[in-house]
Design a protein around this ligand. Structure first.
Ligand code: PGA
Length: 271
């Protein structure tokens, strides 16, 4: 358990649509989200469609949903065929970018250095960053989770410290073995890593930064496990993949978190 007792950080729910969906499905998803969305007061909700769908989704979705890119180039504007720079993303009116997702780290061989470089470019361009980290199954089995996670978190946080404010960072713990497998981390496993990271941030970047830092969990988050995970003291929300493509599931996760926050945190904060 973290020794930082309060949990009054605004909850954050991200929907990572990955490279999924053609226009027809994306249109239906947007309609489903718009129709079913109850007004949320405390929640930051951000969805990340593919680059091609960013503008389309930004136009279609209600304003209560913010939009994120899923990645940006490691280079700024320039002769980089096929790349999309952070500056161009921000110029398009997008506020967020996901960086360091394990699918980028693994399939595109993005190192901690590359991820850190992208974070610096994104923050300098005025984007806010959802930075992912997490161990692979073999690393967990080998007992190196802590080492891997803290190495990744250090690279992320050093980049933020060098260029921007931690206010513009959301950290996302995404154990690779839990992504897309239906095998979410247990609430205890997730809380253990979140508390470890918060402690590390307190020791290296300051207790106030640590207390305010939002750390969300990702990996097979579904309506059936959202409340139990969110109730953990160091889990501030979710990055949702598969279930974010089903409007009613994503909306259910959103309302469960909002309800928990109101019940457990907002009311306490008023006392
Ligand atoms: P999942 O994906 O919810 O489908 O496991 C999470 C993610 O990759 O962000």
């Amino acid at each position: 358990m973290s020794d930082i007792p309060t949990k009054r950080r605004a909850p954050f729910i991200g929907g990572n649509w990955k490279s999924k969906g053609i226009r027809k499905e994306i249109t239906q998803l947007c309609a489903g989200l718009n129709d079913g969305a109850a007004p949320v007061q405390y929640l930051d909700v951000v969805v990340a469609p593919s680059f091609l769908h960013l503008g389309y989704v930004a136009e279609k979705l209600k304003r209560s949903f913010e939009i994120s890119a899923q990645d940006c180039s490691q280079f700024n504007l320039g002769a980089f065929t096929g790349d999309l720079s952070a500056t161009a993303i921000r110029d398009f009116g997008i506020n967020w970018v996901i960086l360091g997702h394990s699918e980028r780290r693994n399939y595109h061989k993005e190192s901690d250095e590359v991820v850190a470089g992208k974070i610096k470019l994104a923050l300098k361009a005025g984007l806010r960053v959802i930075a992912c980290f997490g161990e692979k199954l073999e690393e967990r089995k080998a007992g190196t989770t802590e080492q891997v996670v803290l190495r990744q978190v250090k690279a992320i946080c050093d980049a933020v410290q060098a260029t921007g404010s931690f206010w513009n960072l959301v950290l996302a713990y995404e154990p690779v073995w839990a992504i897309g497998t239906g095998l979410a981390a247990t609430k205890e496993q997730a809380q253990e890593v979140h508390a470890l990271v918060r402690k590390y941030i307190a020791a290296n970047y300051g207790a106030r930064t640590a207390a305010k830092q939002r750390i969300i969990y990702g990996g097979s988050v579904k309506p059936k496990n959202a409340t139990a995970l969110y109730k953990q003291p160091d889990i501030d929300g979710f990055l949702v993949g598969g279930a974010s493509l089903k409007a009613e599931q994503f909306l259910s996760i959103m309302s469960q978190v909002e309800d928990q926050f109101i019940a457990a945190d907002a009311i306490k904060a008023k006392l």
